[in-house]
Design a protein around this ligand. Structure first.
Ligand SMILES: Cc1cc2nc3c(=O)[nH]c(=O)nc-3n(C[C@H](O)[C@H](O)[C@H](O)COP(=O)(O)OP(=O)(O)OC[C@H]3O[C@@H](n4cnc5c(N)ncnc54)[C@H](O)[C@@H]3O)c2cc1C
Length: 377
């Protein structure tokens, strides 16, 4: 029940993915390449401003279109998909919470793909427990002085703007504020580039803030609103990660169907054995369930309805399914699956992160459980 525009976005994303990403995905993975120039091409297809209204230079295609596009991109390269997902979630957050000046300053550039956006919440000593973060923003003249370290910032080295959370007040969530910071500004340093298991075509780095000065216009929302702003960004982002997981799952299914019909054992294609074909049947079923859960959350978001819990359910289900079925896809490929001759080993490595970032599976379960039981502790 997609609109013609949503189908168009999906088809366009699939075409761009096949033409501009698929031929390079294995090499980007092998060589850990961040394909910066690709994002200009994604912009030509209108994919960089899907969550930005037309008046700020985006397409305003909405969350359903975003889910469909991310899935198609992840089907060929999960690293590119997360870069696009995080970028889009920051665009949406600036649009939702930013001042008119911030929207005018950032959205047209981000929607055009000229500039990329990142998100910096996690620190060495706080991940799931984000409300305990320690990086500080202290008032200084007309602005703020930022100090501390942000860990595993996606797109950190290539972003023109990072939505970063700092403590401006006392302990806990209410003491946190969000800022829009250029990571290349004086006082901000790339402390470490992260080597990781998968999503090698995405950039992940730690940012050190050492007396970095920002103006008052860098504050996103009010002082003390930063934790809620970060959560608001993550609700939308989780639709993107659910879509990324669904895309990896779709790639596993494509590869497994092909291999199961082409590979022979005991005189038959291996797909003739129930031990193989039933794995594929479950993969296909979970893919549709993952996609539908993500689309449900996306439809609610587009309708302006609450969608946080649905986004958590979608991310929880899709990421578990992606990790489980990526392992099965390797199994179906036998020894070939363990080699770089086939792409399923990459899908297997890429799938795992979907259970961790933008809230681990345990945190998603906490959110879903609390929506049913309240806070019992
Ligand atoms: C490749 C990559 C990219 C990333 N990109 C970004 C980014 O762009 N921006 C950003 O801010 N962060 C980013 N992150 C960080 C990511 O979001 C965190 O790693 C994640 O939120 C988990 O935090 P943690 O690693 O500190 O684990 P912890 O919070 O220390 O958790 C460790 C384990 O304990 C469990 N746990 C913790 N609390 C509970 C609880 N209450 N109940 C049950 N179990 C619990 C967790 O589920 C997990 O299994 C990235 C991480 C990676 C690896």
């Amino acid at each position: 029940m997609l609109t013609a525009e949503q189908e168009q976005v999906r088809d366009l994303a699939a075409q761009v993915a096949q033409r501009e990403i698929a031929p390079h995905a294995a090499a980007w993975d092998r060589e850990h390449t961040f394909p910066r120039e690709l994002y200009t091409k994604l912009n030509d297809a209108g994919l960089m401003g899907m969550l930005v209204p037309e008046r700020y230079g985006g397409s305003g295609a909405g969350y359903v279109a975003y889910e469909l596009a991310i899935e198609e991109i992840a089907r060929v390269d999960a690293g590119t998909a997360v870069t696009l997902s995080v970028h889009s979630m920051i665009c949406a957050t600036i649009e939702k919470l930013g001042s008119e000046e911030q929207k005018r300053a950032w959205l047209p550039r981000l929607a055009a793909g000229d500039e990329l956006a990142g998100f910096a919440l996690t620190e060495p000593d706080s991940g799931s427990d984000a409300a305990s973060l320690r990086a500080s923003a202290v008032r200084d003249g007309g602005g703020y002085r930022l100090n501390g370290r942000k860990q595993w910032c996606s797109t950190g080295r290539f972003a023109a703007v990072v939505m970063a959370m700092f403590r401006t007040g006392g302990a806990g969530a209410k003491g946190i504020s969000a800022f829009l910071v250029d990571p290349k500004s004086p006082g901000v340093r790339v402390e470490r580039v992260t080597e990781k298991l998968g999503i090698h075509s995405s950039d992940t780095c730690d940012l050190a803030f050492e007396d970095a000065r920002v103006g008052r216009d860098a504050l996103l929302g009010g002082e003390g609103d930063g934790f809620q702003s970060a959560m608001s960004a993550l609700y939308g982002g989780r639709i993107g990660i659910a879509a990324q997981a669904a895309g990896i799952l779709a790639a596993c299914l494509d590869a497994s169907v092909k291999f199961a019909t082409e590979r022979y054992a005991f005189g038959k294609p291996i797909g003739a054995f129930e031990g193989v074909s039933f794995k594929i049947a479950r993969m296909a079923t979970d893919l549709e369930a993952a996609r539908l859960l993500a689309l449900q959350a996306a439809s609610l978001a587009d309708a302006g309805e609450p969608f946080a819990v649905e986004a958590s359910k979608a991310k929880l289900f899709a990421s578990t399914a992606a990790r489980t079925h990526a392992a099965e896809a390797v199994q179906i490929h036998g020894g070939y699956g363990y080699t770089t001759e086939f792409p399923v080993e990459r899908y297997y490595r890429d799938a795992k992160i979907t259970e961790i970032y933008e809230g681990t599976s345990e945190i998603q379960q906490l959110i879903i459980a609390r929506s049913l039981l309240g806070r019992l502790e």
